[in-house]
Ligand binder design. Structure first.
Ligand SMILES: [Zn+2]
Length: 217
């Protein structure tokens, strides 16, 4: 088995999404293959249309605080159990999954679909070349029924209330401003539509891949 860069990139994405806990060695071993299969299955579930899919997005709500998420979004999704009330839309600019393949539709909680689509439409005006240069076409998913990394509570992803963008360059531990590459004007656009980008931990922000319809600051 030889190192393959595409496998390395896949491992980074899978690790970010909490499917993979092995080495980032670029080798397509059994752990990597199993993690990829699990994420693909989860992805099919989160993008599959259901008869309950609303035709129109709900009217807007203010982003809740972490403690109010279930009151606004309903209960967090659980593996093999209930899922949040989802809505689906075509990305306003070309996006691809970090693990490969074009993003045909973004599925998210129906309460955040309108502001998310509006924010991404604003980003589209920066042009595809600029978006690619900053890795903003690299989509790492929305709904994922899991706990927050390093915390005991549920992740915003379990409510389908957050997306991740360009995880390889906006890693969980990368500081911003600094190592994380998320452009300031993108943060500004998301904030304008009610989204929080990253978590404020101390003087600098981290986890800048994480774009959540949750008010934390
Ligand atoms: Zn996230």
């Amino acid at each position: 088995m030889n190192y393959e860069h595409s496998i390395y990139v896949r491992q980074v994405g899978l690790k970010t999404l909490d499917f993979y806990h092995g080495k980032l060695d670029g080798l397509n071993g059994p752990k990597t293959r199993a993690a990829y299969a699990a994420s693909a299955k989860s992805l099919r579930q989160s993008t599959a249309p259901t008869s309950a899919t609303p035709r129109t997005f709900s009217k807007s709500v203010a982003p809740p605080t972490p403690g109010n998420r279930s009151r606004v979004f309903g209960p967090a999704g659980v593996k093999g159990g209930n899922t949040p009330a989802m809505a689906y839309f075509k990305p306003p600019y070309p996006m691809q999954f970090t693990w490969g393949g074009a993003v045909a539709r973004i599925g998210c909680h129906r309460l955040i679909a309108a502001p998310l689509k509006a924010a991404l439409s604003d980003l589209a005006s920066f042009g595809p070349a600029w978006l690619r240069m900053h890795g903003l076409h690299l989509y790492a998913g929305c709904y994922n029924p899991r706990k927050s990394r390093g915390g005991s509570g549920m992740s915003d992803h379990a409510y389908a209330a957050a997306i991740d963008l360009n995880p390889a360059e906006n890693g969980n531990h990368s500081l911003w401003p600094g190592a994380a590459k998320m452009p300031a004007k993108v943060v500004h656009v998301f904030r304008k539509h009610g989204f929080q980008v990253g978590f404020n931990k101390g003087a600098k922000r981290r986890d800048m891949m994480h774009v959540a319809y949750v008010e934390r600051d």
